[in-house]
Write a protein that binds this ligand. Structure first.
Ligand SMILES: CC(C)(COP(=O)(O)OP(=O)(O)OC[C@H]1O[C@@H](n2cnc3c(N)ncnc32)[C@H](O)[C@@H]1OP(=O)(O)O)[C@@H](O)C(=O)NCCC(=O)NCCS
Length: 216
């Protein structure tokens, strides 16, 4: 689907986009909606309420991989996450982005937990097993990082992942993040305690970082 078509579809649906608290006006959404082409067939765009069913189905199919999601995941949990995503978009404090391939949702790349005082934000991502290993998350993260540094003007992006999550560690390093520390046995994963790695990237590092701004 062309980017123009995606924009048109989204515009047509905006009238029905509402949060639990209020309707977002078209200006708020059009000024904040991020659309990035990731390949000839894939793109990243802000997740909206009409994506809840697709996101719920994808999350359910990948519950074993997404250890932070509750085992009893409900559609309403996903709906509140999308609603909060729209709220942080409207406040210019983050982004909940969906990775779409040939129009089908296959993953998520997000920035959230914005701290105004330190102008810092956290990045997170996941993709369905069927779409893994094709560079889509890497490209989506770059788009999200560009949005954070160049549009939201954050000073720092933080990334946290479990030390034994080989793919996520490789991705963080491929994106040019600096490993800053390890919280030893800081998180529970099933019956075990696991180490949590903390990565960071600063605004000036982004400007000089080829790995982050590459287009491959
Ligand atoms: C972590 C995750 C998002 C990675 O997705 P992915 O589809 O493998 O990511 P990409 O294809 O964009 O790969 C990004 C880079 O990581 C590197 N990489 C990925 N897996 C690797 C591995 N096993 N060994 C070495 N490098 C690896 C590759 O170098 C790749 O860069 P390249 O294309 O330039 O070579 C995915 O495995 C996932 O969703 N896992 C479950 C949920 C999760 O753990 N989320 C992260 C929580 S912190």
């Amino acid at each position: 689907m062309s980017t123009g078509r995606v924009r048109r579809d989204a515009t047509e649906r905006r009238a029905s986009v509402r949060t639990h608290h209020r309707v977002l006006n078209p200006q708020e959404l059009s000024s904040s909606m991020l659309i990035a082409k990731l390949s000839d067939t894939a793109e990243l765009r802000t997740l909206e309420l009409f994506d809840v069913d697709a996101l719920f189905a994808l999350a359910q199919a990948n519950l074993d991989r997404n250890y932070w999601l509750p085992r009893t995941l409900q559609r309403s949990d996903i709906e509140s996450r999308v609603t909060s995503g729209l709220e942080i978009v409207a406040k210019q404090e983050g982004l909940l982005g969906g990775i779409f391939e040939r129009g089908a949702l296959c993953g998520v790349a997000a920035i959230w937990r914005y701290a105004a005082e330190t102008r810092s934000i956290e990045i997170g991502y996941w993709i369905g097993q069927h779409a893994e290993g094709r560079g889509l998350v890497k490209r989506a993260c770059r788009a999200v990082m560009r949005h954070a540094f160049e549009t939201l003007k954050v000073h720092r992006i933080e990334l946290r992942c479990h030390a034994e999550n080989v793919r996520s560690v490789a991705l963080a390093e491929r994106l040019g993040f600096r490993r800053e520390g390890c919280f030893v046995r800081a998180e529970r994963l099933g019956e075990s305690w696991v180490d949590l790695l903390v990565y960071g990237m600063l605004e000036d590092e982004w400007r000089d970082c080829d790995a982050a701004r590459a287009t491959d």
